[in-house]
Design a protein around this ligand. Structure first.
Ligand code: NAG
Ligand code: NAG
Ligand code: NAG
Ligand code: NAG
Length: 387
């Protein structure tokens, strides 16, 4: 089974013409006959017998602020209360923690990742499978995305589906690029839905001489998306019957344009956080980004078929969806879920829910914001007719 996993890694290498000869033909052939499974030995994630699948997205939990003050730990107790209440009411089939799980600036080298234990405890208790993307606050002098991922895998070995990309993909500080297959039924050969997770990095490198990290998905992820989608097509056949949904903590750069051409009737939900300032969206236009060509966003839209939406956190005062007409893809914010992190008057705390009512990728996905107290709003259907 391990060899199958390596296949997709090698395909990636072949794609970028780094592999030196002999094994590649064999690997391509093996892969065509293999059931591509990045989680050998783990239970397959499936739609319910009634054909539905519900995802709850917690964004920006920001655990671990000022542990030396009263209010820091109180925030975290409040966030845990919210997580438990939401899980109990919503009973999702899958949970996404969409970045900034921890405010790393306030953590200590020796125990920073133990906050992950606190965050995943309610998920372990409820027995709900989940995975994470990571944010700029999860990369700081005393903590890294890689460390958080390892800890999560250790403390939630049965339920965490978070992985890392092969070495060389993701760039400095950005290992968290992976996908999770969802099947209609346990014994189906091919999945009907792929959940994609991308690492938008940001924050600072670890250690005493911590320096700023790029705050965008590395261009190497573009080539990896291409090779992974090719491997999927080779193993499972064409992508027509597969839906997709993508998660990345920092919004793609285009979110600023979407906000500047906003229509609050078509794009319901809080729109209180301006995306014009530096750091609000992926700085894919940063001169330090040698390509300056938005390789990640182009690859997402070129290679991922039937993409229902791309969902980000990061900007706590935004919770809307809007269509990027240039790529014909819907972008959505989640909802600030943690009591930690900055907030504003009346913003409140909640989650984004996504309900698949069918495994057919032609059928739209219901989505809405649910607040801690159970109030819901900004309900839309992600389909061809939206916006
Ligand atoms: C925790 O939640 C309570 C109840 O909503 C609220 O009154 C309090 O201000 C919150 N504490 C912090 C530190 O956010
Ligand atoms: C990191 O952890 C060390 C050791 O606990 C601590 O002295 C330091 O203040 C922490 N924070 C930063 C930003 O280095
Ligand atoms: C980590 O250690 C610091 C200093 O001893 C303590 O204040 C803090 O509560 C600890 N944090 C965790 C998450 O255990
Ligand atoms: C950090 O920078 C200082 C000053 O340049 C240097 O002396 C030290 O060796 C560096 N420490 C590490 C761990 O790189």
């Amino acid at each position: 089974m391990r060899a199958l996993h390596l296949c997709s890694i090698f395909l990636g290498l072949v794609d970028r013409a780094v592999v030196n000869g002999a094994p590649q033909q064999l690997l391509y052939r093996t892969n065509e006959h293999a059931d591509l499974d990045p989680y050998p030995g783990r239970p397959r994630l499936t739609f319910r017998p009634d054909g539905t699948f519900k995802i709850t997205v917690f964004s920006d939990l920001h655990y671990g602020e000022n542990p030396w003050d009263e209010w820091g730990p109180e925030q975290d107790r409040n966030s845990t209360r919210l997580v438990k209440a939401v899980l109990n009411d919503e009973k999702p089939d899958y949970v996404v923690l969409n970045g900034d799980l921890i405010t790393g600036e306030n953590t200590f080298r020796e125990n920073s990742t133990t906050l992950i234990d606190e965050i995943v405890a309610p998920l372990n208790q409820a027995g709900i499978p989940f995975s994470s993307s990571h944010g700029n606050h999860d990369n700081q002098a005393n903590i890294t995305h890689a460390e958080e991922i390892l800890r999560e895998q250790k403390v939630a070995p049965l339920l965490s589906y978070t992985r890392t990309a092969p070495a060389g993909v993701g760039g400095p500080g950005g290992p968290g690029n992976y996908w999770v297959p969802i099947y209609r039924r346990k014994n189906d050969r091919a999945p009907v839905l792929i959940l994609w997770f991308f690492d938008s990095r940001g924050g600072f490198s670890a250690g005493p001489n911590s320096t700023r990290l790029p705050d965008w998905v590395d261009a190497s992820v573009g080539g990896w998306i291409r090779s992974e989608t090719r491997a999927m097509n080779a193993a499972w056949g064409s992508a027509e019957k597969r839906g997709a949904l993508a998660f990345v903590h920092i919004p793609p750069h285009v979110a600023t344009d979407l906000q500047n051409n906003f229509d609050s009737a078509e794009n319901p939900g809080l729109n209180a956080d301006s995306l014009d300032g530096g750091g609000s969206v992926q700085a894919t236009t940063d001169p330090a980004n040698s390509g300056k060509d938005n390789t990640f966003w182009d690859a997402v839209n070129e290679h991922i078929q039937n993409l229902h939406a791309v969902i980000s956190g990061h900007d706590h005062g935004d919770e809307w969806c809007a269509r990027d007409r240039s790529k014909d893809v819907i972008f959505c914010f989640g909802k600030h879920s943690g009591y930690g992190g900055y907030t504003g008057d009346g913003w409140g705390y909640g989650v984004r829910n996504l309900l698949f009512t069918s495994a057919d990728p032609e059928v739209g996905v219901e989505t809405w914001i649910r607040m801690e107290d159970g109030e819901t709003h900004a309900r839309i259907t992600l389909n061809k007719d939206y916006s």
